[in-house]
Write a protein that binds this ligand. Structure first.
Ligand code: SAM
Length: 241
């Protein structure tokens, strides 16, 4: 039986028993193998834009004896899928902007899937903004550690954008970056997640000040504004989690 990393396990946890699933950019195929072996998904389609990863997935399917997984498709984004062919589309381990591009390539098709499970490697705030601006509602958020990173998992469904929390907007509009849902869920990684962002802003200021003498005052001002907002959110997180 395949043992998933915490990150892949958290993605798997977003799939409900009996759902049909497509894993876009499947690479190693371990998530589909887990969903199949544990009889979680009724059907899993493995998709990738490159042949090499699909070959790797095939080798893993054989190594784990998951011979029922036969639906491997080569293609870009959602291209290999028919509209509404599966309940849940998982896209993990790619950049947030690439995910938005994949979903935006054919909006009616993208919205024909009941659920998206997304784990952007970067630009998560831009992906969230894009999702909310293009007719998805963010239904769940969770954080999971992978090495020195804290990964963000976003579950979305077609629907109207959720009401933003006024307090979050007042705290510098960081709610696309630090989801209000993480506060509501009291996510145990919320405090280290915010602390990491605070550390990054301090480092940015330090690096600019230690630079050539031509200090980037605009970026320093932005970092200071962000620090104020982040410290407000950290205080709220400490009171909440
Ligand atoms: C870093 S791997 C992530 C693998 C796996 N999803 C995970 O989270 O562990 C990214 C995979 O996405 C595939 N990929 C990149 N762009 C793609 C696209 N536009 N459509 C489908 N697959 C894509 C790559 O070939 C690669 O196998």
């Amino acid at each position: 039986m395949v043992k998933l990393s915490d990150r892949l396990q958290r993605l798997a946890d977003e799939v409900q028993a009996g759902e049909t699933v497509a894993d876009i950019g499947t690479d190693h195929g371990l998530l589909p193998i887990f969903l199949y072996e544990n009889h979680i998904a009724a059907k899993v389609i493995l998709c990738d834009i490159n042949e090499g990863p699909l070959l790797k997935a095939k080798q893993n399917i054989e190594a784990y004896g998951a011979f029922g997984l036969t639906d491997l498709r080569l293609g870009d984004g959602l291209g290999p899928l028919e509209p509404a062919e599966v309940d849940t589309v998982i896209i993990a381990g790619m950049g947030g902007l690439l995910m938005a591009e994949i979903l935006g390539a054919d909006l009616p098709k993208s919205k024909s899937f009941a659920k998206l499970v997304l784990q952007p490697r970067n630009a998560p705030e831009r992906l969230r903004r894009w999702l909310c601006g293009n007719g998805w509602q963010i239904r769940n958020e969770s954080l999971v550690r992978e090495g020195r990173y804290i990964c963000e998992i976003i579950t979305a469904a077609p629907g109207a954008e959720e009401q933003r929390e006024a307090g979050q907007e007042a705290a510098g509009g960081l709610d696309y970056e630090i989801s209000p849902l993480l506060f509501r869920k009291r996510d145990t990684l919320l405090i280290p997640f915010i602390e990491k962002k605070i550390k990054t802003e301090h480092e940015i200021i330090k690096n600019i000040e230690a630079g050539s003498g031509k200090a980037d005052h605009g970026r320093i001002r932005l970092a200071e504004e962000r620090l104020e907002a982040l410290n407000g959110l950290l205080k709220k997180a400490r009171e909440t989690v």
